[in-house]
Design a binder for this molecule. Structure first.
Ligand SMILES: Nc1nc2c(ncn2[C@@H]2O[C@H](COP(=O)(O)OP(=O)(O)OP(=O)(O)O)[C@@H](O)[C@H]2O)c(=O)[nH]1
Ligand SMILES: [Mg+2]
Length: 272
């Protein structure tokens, strides 16, 4: 695998993650250094943290000019991680020439040691999108409450029934995608700012037949912190899924020119 051609822009949405963001930034720096990847940018998008999050990010960005802080105050109740992720992606597209993008949570649930593998699916194997999947045969989901497991199972089942049955994990934001796929998102302008944004952008890629792969991933729920997701977000998720599925079938997510795109989703390690 040629790691040197990995060139990645990483978005991290944060809201009161002072206890965890430093650890994550350390792990990302170490991981990329070990892989000899020097061309990267981390854009941390903060939604108005009241704890020490901003101080920690500023400290890291003074030491490492590849770490950038974007302050993007949340505008409404509930988890606005979609709005934050989109703002980070827009910033990276406008201010860097990276060819691969990803989005990782600040709370340590997703593993930076999967980053080089995920990015190589784009740079070496030419996929447009590689999903770090919680739901393949070799995936691991640890410490998730039965309620969250059920909600995620139900949400993914609904999306598979309504949209595309080959995708296993519609809800993990830990995905790697090409600049072309990122530009598709910006061109189609996602409407959702809550976590259902993650479904909406994946549906944009499906609608335009982008090459999508899933690989098994390890998801370790952080049980020490309070989730930013509130009951209203589950309702928004359900209604949003229905709305997005209707728009998908009406062809609303099609780009005018998707002539370069090919093939159906493929799942790696999916033996079930
Ligand atoms: N900027 C911004 N970041 C947010 C907002 N809500 C959540 N986040 C960040 O988005 C990421 C995901 O939020 P979590 O609360 O962990 O939500 P989750 O992972 O879907 O749910 P859990 O399983 O409860 O952890 C974390 O890094 C949060 O700090 C928001 O409104 N604005
Ligand atoms: Mg989380």
């Amino acid at each position: 695998m040629n790691k040197k051609i990995i060139d990645i822009g990483i978005v991290i949405p944060t809201l009161n993650e002072g206890k965890y963001i430093g650890k994550l930034l350390d792990k990302i720096e170490l991981e990329l250094k070990q892989a000899e990847i020097d061309h990267y940018t981390v854009c941390v998008v903060d939604g108005g943290s009241q704890d020490e999050t901003l101080d920690v990010i500023r400290r890291f960005s003074l030491k490492n000019n590849k770490i950038h802080l974007l302050e993007h105050k949340k505008r409404c109740k509930g988890c606005q991680r979609g709005a934050a992720s989109l703002a980070g992606l827009e910033w990276l597209i406008q201010n860097t020439s990276h060819q691969i993008f990803t989005d990782i949570d600040a709370d340590g649930a997703q593993q930076p040691d999967e980053m080089v593998y995920g990015a190589s699916q784009i740079s070496v194997f030419d996929f447009d999108v590689a999903i770090a999947s919680k739901y393949l045969f070799n995936s691991q989901v640890i410490n998730r409450t039965p309620f969250r497991r059920f909600a995620s199972f139900f949400y993914n089942l609904l999306a598979r029934l309504l949209i595309e049955s080959k995708i296993r994990d519609y809800s993990n934001n830990y995905r790697f995608y090409s600049r072309r796929a990122a530009e598709c998102v910006l061109q189609l302008k996602p409407q959702y700012t809550s976590p259902v944004y993650l479904l909406e952008i994946l549906v944009m890629w499906i609608a335009n037949s982008y090459r999508i792969i899933e690989f098994p991933s390890r998801y370790v729920e952080n049980t020490q912190k309070q989730s930013k997701v509130i009951p209203l977000d589950f309702v928004k998720g359900l209604l949003g899924t229905l709305d997005i599925a209707i728009k998908f079938h009406l062809g609303r997510y099609k780009l005018n020119d998707s002539s370069n795109a090919t093939s159906q989703p493929i799942s790696k390690g999916d033996e079930s």
